[in-house]
Structures are given as structure tokens and as C-alpha cells.
Design a protein around this ligand. Structure first.
Ligand SMILES: Nc1ncnc2c1ncn2[C@@H]1O[C@H](COP(=O)(O)OP(=O)(O)O)[C@@H](O)[C@H]1O
Ligand SMILES: [Mg+2]
Length: 275
């Protein structure tokens, strides 16, 4: 079982390279799923097939999925959402605002991590290819298990115990809606879905990240930072893929100059990342 994460700056070709890798792996006979954590889904466009919120067959041995965070949120967290809407309503937000505010930012990432763990552990796939969002969101995605774990360990248990005891009094005195056991249950189940995901993603025998770059100064600079962040979080980078290299057959003077620039940046990429 292997998990490959593809990340890089916006527009460098993450989706293209992830899709190509998945297609090639499936051709080699690996049971492969490619899923996207980027809310700007373009995986379906890359394959030119519609992709659902659950694994959708693309070719022999190849499945794809584009997560729909809103649908998942409603399925998994309806109790939580209802509770948040109550609180926001109590705090004075009007009904429409409360509905909108109750969708927590970063939720796509939470659901995506849960799915990656599920695909990696259910025995149905040899390879999970993840088409990640641009760098910043990917860093957020990969730091999430730590952040959530911290939150759960320190806040959740205390809060729950406190709420149990204080619920009747608090409610009477302040009128603030207090979360019921349904809410805690939903969050707990959700958290359990993420349990172990960090171990899975930082195990270098299972998971590696691949940085997609273009031979351009800004892209290379960002890739360096990403490489540093990933390493700090304990994620392994096993390849850097340079995409969008101008073919040598184009011999127009303008192209020649551009190719020379690209070639200089390719040297920098090699110096920075190889081996
Ligand atoms: N090597 C390439 N040659 C030509 N076009 C490419 C190449 N790689 C990517 N593209 C195109 O560039 C655009 C952005 O690629 P995409 O894979 O969606 O990037 P990202 O997922 O990093 O945002 C798409 O239109 C894609 O078809
Ligand atoms: Mg993309």
C-alpha cells in the first residue's frame, strides 16, 4: 500500500501529474484511486469523466473521487450544524447568516484526511494518489491531525465533563444553547475517523509527497519552502517533478531565449533537490 501526495504552487500541473501517475499505476496493474482535496476540482476535467463524491470507476483498476465537503458535512455533522446554527442564532446572527457561518472553513481538508485513511486501510487499493490543493492549503491539511489532536486532548474532554455538570445551570442562567450528547458523539466519531492518519502519512514506507514545479523562479522558491515545511512536519518528499518544459523542437528566437531561462532554473531545481 502506498499513498502519493502531489502538491505545488497553483497551476503548475499538480492535477495533470497526479492523474497521469494514477493512470500509469493502474496500467501497471495496481488497484489505484485518485482523489482530490482541492475544492477547485479539476480532476474530472483531466480525465474527461464526471467524478462523484464517492469512488467512481474511470478505467480498469482506476477509481477517482472529488470530495463534496458540503454533502459530507450534512451527512456526518448534521447534529453539529444544527447546534452551531442555534448558537449563532442565540448570538444574534440571522437565520441565513447562521446557516452560512455554520460551515467551518477547512472542513474539506478534514473530510479528505478521513477518506485517505479509509482508502489506505480498507484493503481495496494498492495505491492512493492525492491531488492536493495549492501549497498553503496542503500544509494546513497535513498539520491538521496535530492541531485536531491538540484540541481534542486538551479542550474536548474537559469541556464535555464541564458541560455535563454545568448544562442545566448554564442553560437557565445564560440561555446559551448547550451542546447535547448528539453533538459530542458526532465530533467524537469524526475524530476517530482521523485517528492514526498522522502515523499513516508520516510513515515513509507508505506515504510520500511529490512536489510539482515549473522551471520558474517563483515556483522554485515556493517549492523550497514547501519542502522545508513538509520536512518539519515529518512528511517525506521522494520526488520533485519539473513540468511545463518547452520542447527543444521549438527554435523560434523568442522560444530559444525562454528555453535558456528554463534550463537555468532546471539546474537550480537539480541543485536544490537532487538526489
Ligand atoms: N506539461 C504540460 N503541458 C501543457 N499543458 C499542461 C501541462 N501540465 C499542465 N498543463 C495544463 O495547465 C493547466 C493547469 O494544470 P493543472 O494540472 O490543472 O494544475 P494544478 O492542478 O497545479 O492547478 C491545465 O490546463 C493543464 O492542462
Ligand atoms: Mg489542480
Amino acid at each position: 500500500m502506498r499513498i502519493l501526495l502531489f502538491t505545488g504552487k497553483g497551476g503548475v500541473g499538480k492535477t495533470t501529474v497526479a492523474a497521469a501517475t494514477a493512470a500509469q499505476a493502474a496500467e501497471f496493474g495496481m488497484r489505484t484511486i485518485v482523489c482530490s482535496t482541492d475544492p477547485a476540482h479539476s480532476l474530472a476535467d483531466a480525465f474527461d469523466v464526471p467524478l462523484g463524491d464517492r469512488p467512481t470507476p474511470i478505467a480498469q483498476g482506476l477509481f477517482g473521487q472529488q470530495l463534496n465537503a458540503r454533502v459530507r458535512f450534512e451527512e456526518a455533522w448534521d447534529d453539529v450544524r444544527t447546534y452551531l446554527v442555534d448558537v449563532l442564532d442565540w448570538a444574534g446572527a440571522d437565520a441565513v447568516e447562521a446557516e452560512e457561518l455554520a460551515v467551518i472553513p477547512g472542513l474539506d481538508e478534514v473530510f479528505a484526511l478521513g477518506d485517505i485513511k479509509e482508502f489506505a486501510t480498507n484493503g481495496e487499493y494498492d495505491l492512493v494518489v492525492v491531488d492536493c490543493a495549492p501549497t498553503a492549503e496542503t500544509i494546513r491539511l497535513l498539520s491538521l491531525p496535530d492541531v485536531l489532536g491538540w484540541y481534542m486532548d486538551r479542550m474536548f474532554d474537559t469541556q464535555r465533563r464541564l458541560t455535563r455538570l454545568a448544562r442545566p445551570i448554564l442553560q437557565r442562567v445564560s440561555g446559551v444553547p448547550i451542546a447535547g450528547d448528539g453533538v459530542f458523539g458526532a465530533i467524537r466519531r469524526f475524530y476517530e475517523r482521523l485517528d492514526g492518519v498522522r502515523e499513516l502519512l508520516t510513515d515513509g514506507d507508505i506515504t510520500s509527497a511529490r512536489l510539482v514545479v515549473n522551471p520558474e523562479r517563483l515556483v522554485v522558491a515556493e517549492a523550497r519552502r514547501t519542502f522545508t515545511y513538509l520536512s518539519l512536519f515529518g512528511y517525506h518528499v521522494d520526488a520533485v517533478i519539473a513540468n511545463r518544459i518547452l520542447p527543444a523542437e521549438l527554435d523560434h528566437p523568442w522560444m530559444t531565449q525562454w528555453r535558456a531561462t528554463q534550463s537555468a532554473h532546471l539546474d537550480v531545481i537539480a541543485e536544490t533537490f537532487a538526489p
